[in-house]
Design a protein around this ligand. Structure first.
Ligand code: 23J
Ligand code: MN
Length: 257
């Protein structure tokens, strides 16, 4: 009954499918770590044939990239804190995690005023006062409109590293206390650009993955989502032992009455 209602609503347009994914493209920025560390590979596409002598009736490409290139999913084993989480790799996560309710916290005004804006517990409490409690099992997405930025403005690298918004350690703690299943960001990582200097460093990665939770990065179109009521669909590729993967992220959104 529920699914019949859903498919009819999709057909009539009263439930819309919103694409939260950036296009995989060699020019899309990837995270840049300090030079002493290994680096993330950009997306690459090589033509194998194009209806030619290499394959007269078909066109196809070989592709390569990092697990953490473009719009992508972070699995618990991505971080050392989550290395022993049961079923913490992309091929082993219970797929029920890939479909769920989504809460969107609008931080766009704060991020416009301060490129190092941090989501704090007070913002979460203010959001809940207006929209109700964040339910256990929810995905929480931090809207910053950072996805509107182009080129070098997206990573926003300076001599002292990247400057982009993200959650404070206390905010990650507050989200874990509510029993969320994952946290997503429009920025290149779930953590703020300066999060190496937080305590603990990289709190979104360290605390979420240590608790067996998931991350989404490089999201877009969060400005097309309501604060509550949408359904997120985010299944990563089933990479054996994978720490994450590029994916298509969709949201089902009810047309406002
Ligand atoms: C490796 C090291 C630090 C970070 C990241 C990866 C990511 O943001 C990622 O893509 O998961 S902060
Ligand atoms: Mn990642």
């Amino acid at each position: 009954m529920v699914l019949d209602t859903l498919t009819k609503a999709l057909a009539s347009g009263s439930v819309r499918v919103v694409d939260l994914t950036h296009t995989l493209d060699p020019d899309f920025p990837v995270i840049v770590l300090p030079a002493e560390f290994g680096q993330c590979a950009r997306f690459r596409m090589d033509e194998v044939s194009a209806y030619d002598h290499r394959g007269p009736a078909w066109k196809w490409h070989n592709i390569s990239m990092s697990e953490h290139t473009g719009t992508h999913f972070d699995a618990p084993i991505h971080w050392v804190t989550g290395r022993d989480v049961p079923n913490g790799a992309t091929d082993a996560i219970d797929p029920v995690a890939f479909v769920g309710p989504v809460c969107v916290i609008d931080c766009s005004a704060g991020a416009a005023a301060d490129e190092d804006f941090t989501l704090e517990p007070t913002h979460i409490e203010e959001w809940e006062a207006r929209h109700g409690p964040i339910p256990a099992g929810a995905w929480v997405l931090m809207r910053t409109d950072w996805s509107h930025r182009q080129g070098a403005e997206y990573l926003n690298l300076r001599k002292d590293g990247a400057h982009s918004p993200g959650p404070s350690p206390a905010a990650v703690r507050a989200l874990l206390d509510r029993g969320i299943i994952g946290f997503g960001s429009e920025c290149v990582g779930t953590d703020a650009g300066q999060a190496a200097h937080f305590d603990p460093p990289y709190p979104a990665h360290a605390m979420l993955h240590g608790a067996g939770k998931y991350g989404l990065q490089c999201l877009r179109n969060l400005d097309a989502l309501p604060p509550t009521g949408a359904v997120l669909i985010c299944p990563p590729l089933k990479i054996r032992g994978g720490t994450g993967s590029p994916l298509r992220v969709l949201a089902l959104v009810e047309a406002s009455a």
